[in-house]
Design a protein around this ligand. Structure first.
Ligand SMILES: [Zn+2]
Ligand SMILES: [Zn+2]
Length: 381
């Protein structure tokens, strides 16, 4: 297939996917569409027990690597003004997962035409990245058991088209969510001595929770305890019975993650008790921190340089990314590619410039070839 024709087809896939965004775990139409697009190029798909998402492959034999994209959209009303905007009210590809899926289709098509590929690449079209769970579902199928190296690609609205961004070590943070219900005793506002006031509990808890970062964790370790939602009461003259505080804990090091969760729970419980109430603490574990293998990041940098694409070291970030689940088992790296500077991901005005598809496909296909070559050389040593 001629290069220009391939890129035009990939852009067509991107526009279709952008018009038809589906939420996490509900990517039925998207999965059907991707299967048809792969079948049209004789790219096989593994028969896996997945209700949405899929894993295809190109090449044969060892070594085996994997390349992951995600396919889910967000519950956001699109305001990008694009002529290929979402056709579904209240849903939008605001994190560029349509771009990732189209780029991975292009990478698959480019490699399918390449008889010199020295091994196998498994192409993961992962569901449910935004709500987590998608990476674990793919891992549970066992389809990645033989994989030696894994790469993941995400767009980035902070860099010009075609910039390649990565870094060795931590690139995203572990993100855990918490909800704490403070349970007290309600009363008329004029009789506070008969109440156990959850507003007082929450007020003290919000202050105390900040000491986890400032007093419990090594000051050279990044940690964030954020309380973003508090709620209690219904009227000016009623002391409420209960209140709630919700937020996230973002960390890099597993020992800090564990300690922050424990301290948060014990502070909430002891503060609630000291004011005559109690606290129900619910902490939901999210993804761990992405942690890139230096050796495989160097290859990313080398391939970018060979293709004349600028390589930038990824800035510090405690955003979450469930690619980290793969990295707990398989070495590899998470990579971002610049899709033009503009409103950031998860913003209703977000747009990924389709011109970035060509460098993304070229870069991804070359990276796969070189990673397989590198593994082959190691094996034959
Ligand atoms: Zn996102
Ligand atoms: Zn995303």
């Amino acid at each position: 297939m001629e290069h220009r024709e391939l890129i035009e087809e990939v852009k067509g896939h991107f526009y279709w996917l952008h018009r038809h965004p589906e939420l996490s775990g509900e990517e039925f139409g998207t999965t059907e569409y991707l299967k048809k697009a792969l079948a049209a190029h004789n790219i096989p798909v593994y028969p896996l027990p997945l209700s949405t998402g899929l894993v295809a492959y190109v090449g044969q034999g060892n070594p085996v690597i994997a390349f992951r994209c995600d396919i889910d959209a967000l519950p956001i009303q699109e305001e990008s003004g694009l002529d290929y905007s979402s056709e579904y009210p209240g849903r939008m590809h605001a994190c560029g997962h349509d771009f990732h899926a189209a780029a991975l289709l292009g990478i698959a098509m480019a490699l399918q035409n390449d008889n010199s590929l020295s091994g196998t690449v498994k192409l993961i079209f992962q569901p449910a990245e935004e709500t987590l769970g998608g990476a674990r579902r793919i891992l549970e199928t066992g389809v990645l058991d033989e994989v030696q190296v894994i790469y993941g690609l995400h767009c980035c609205a902070a860099y010009p088209v075609g910039t390649v961004i990565s870094r060795p070590g931590f690139m995203n943070g572990a993100v855990d969510e918490f909800r704490i219900d403070f349970l007290g005793r309600g009363a008329h506002a004029c009789r506070p001595h008969t109440a156990a006031d959850p507003v007082i509990m929450i007020g003290n808890f919000v202050q105390a929770a900040q000491t986890i970062v400032s007093r419990n964790v090594n000051p050279f370790h990044p940690l964030l305890v954020g309380i973003s939602h508090i709620e209690a009461g219904t009227a000016k003259n009623i002391i409420p019975e209960k209140g709630v505080a919700e937020g996230t804990i973002r960390s890099l090091y597993p020992e800090d993650r564990k300690l922050a969760k424990e301290r948060l729970g014990s502070l909430a419980r002891s503060i609630a008790e000291s004011f005559g109430g109690s606290a129900d603490v619910h902490i939901t574990d999210g993804s761990p921190a992405t942690n890139n293998t230096p050796e495989w990041v160097s290859l990313v940098e080398q391939v970018a340089r060979k293709l004349g694409m600028p390589f930038v070291s990824a800035p510090d970030s405690l955003s979450g990314e469930d690619f980290a689940f793969y990295q707990q088992k398989i070495p590899g790296a998470f990579i971002q590619i610049g899709t033009g500077i503009g409103p950031m991901m998860h913003n209703p005005a977000f747009r990924a410039n389709p011109d970035a598809l060509e460098p993304a496909v070229q870069f991804g296909a070359r990276l796969v070839r070189e990673a397989l070559e590198k593994l082959k050389n190691v094996e034959s040593c």
